[in-house]
Design a protein around this ligand. Structure first.
Ligand code: TYM
Length: 335
């Protein structure tokens, strides 16, 4: 990727806390590949974010490598984008410290994800969990990213990153690009298959609530067959039909069909036929990802070559940002 060009810059990240879900895929990663032609894209497996909740070290290492292979399997081309592992570029953590001095305690306290995770992990409400959004702001601002493709649940964090950038610019003079969120119109919030009032999440205790993108076809179809819906039998998108609305959104994204087209396709048919069709569409869509992943994950040398080159390219950009930031805040030049 050329480091100086007129193209706008995209940054996004994903945590390596297990196999990506259909929510991660539809809300975020699916959109990352197609952006590679038009933008300078930088994508990261954010392992430093992952340790804000307890991780088993050996498992985290394995999950991080697996997540990197999955990223490539989902169409991120390490020759066209910068794809790297966050901890390989220490500049994120360094910038995070500086930015934390332009972030208010009160605004971090208002983060809904912090409140939710504090409840989920009540025995480990560590400072990293609290300052997590500052590290996320550093991820983005270190590259002066213009756009950040994310699902709806990250919107509040992005808003905070914008505020931090604005505050820094006010204190020290215009410097950071204030990033815009890039949230898909359909599928920004894929819901749990077992409780459609909750978002689909890796950490759901019910394995039927969540589709993992490496699930095999039978598993995917079985989970969709068990999806919680409602007691009428009309496939149409309407308030109060959260389960069906979720399945229709998923089917629409997978097939490119509009909600009206889906309603006509299933008029007169029952939910059973519809759920089967959704399951098949998802499984067929994900099949090439699974195939590509199984090839890539075996090739550890290739993966290493890619993530090493990615971290070098990322570091070249962020070192420049960081040295300008150090100068702006008044640190003495090291040499
Ligand atoms: P993470 O790892 O939780 O999720 C990765 C991406 O998937 C999206 N997502 C969803 N979209 C729709 N429906 C769902 N059910 C669903 N679940 C997850 C998320 O919105 C996200 O876009 N803090 C971030 C990672 C991060 C980051 C960044 C993102 C760290 N630094 C800088 C953007 C820019 C996170 O935990 O995402």
């Amino acid at each position: 990727m050329p480091e100086t060009s007129e193209k706008k810059t995209i940054f996004s990240g994903i945590q390596p806390t297990g196999v990506f879900t259909l929510g991660n895929y539809i809300g975020a990663i699916r959109n990352w590949g197609p952006l590679q032609d038009e933008y300078n894209c930088i994508y990261s497996i954010v392992d430093m974010h992952a340790i804000t909740v307890r991780q088993e070290p050996a498992k985290l290492r394995q999950n991080t490598l697996q997540a990197y292979a999955l990223l490539l399997a989902c169409g991120i081309d390490p020759k066209r984008s910068i794809a790297f592992i966050q901890s390989h570029n220490p500049n994120h953590a360094e910038l995070s410290w500086i930015l934390s001095c332009s972030t208010q305690f009160g605004e971090l306290s208002r983060m809904t994800q912090f409140k939710a995770k504090s409840q989920q992990h009540a025995d480990d409400i560590n400072a990293g969990l609290f300052t997590y959004p500052v590290l996320m702001a550093a991820d983005i601002l270190a590259y002066n990213a213009d756009l950040v493709p994310i699902g709806a649940d990250q919107k509040q964090h992005l808003e905070l990153a914008r505020n931090i950038a604005g505050r820094f610019n006010q204190k020290y003079g215009d410097f950071f690009t204030v990033p815009e969120p890039f949230i898909p119109k359909a599928g920004a919030r894929v819901m749990s298959l077992q409780d459609p009032a909750k978002k689909m999440s890796k950490s759901d205790e019910n394995p039927n609530a969540c589709i993992f993108i490496l699930d095999d076809k039978d598993t995917i179809i079985r989970k969709f067959k068990r999806a919680v819906t409602d007691s009428d039998a009309e496939v149409c998108y309407r308030e109060g039909k959260d389960g069906i609305n979720n399945l229709m959104t998923i089917y629409s994204v997978m097939t490119g069909k509009s909600l009206d087209e889906i309603t006509s396709e299933f008029s007169g048919k029952g939910y059973g036929d519809f759920k089967l069709a959704v399951g098949e569409a998802v499984a067929d869509h994900l099949e090439p990802v699974r195939t590509e992943f199984s090839k890539l994950v075996k090739d550890k040398d290739y993966l290493k070559e890619c993530y090493t080159a990615g971290a070098e390219a990322a570091g070249r950009i962020t070192r420049k940002t960081l040295s300008k930031v150090y100068r702006k805040v008044g640190f003495v030049d090291a040499r």
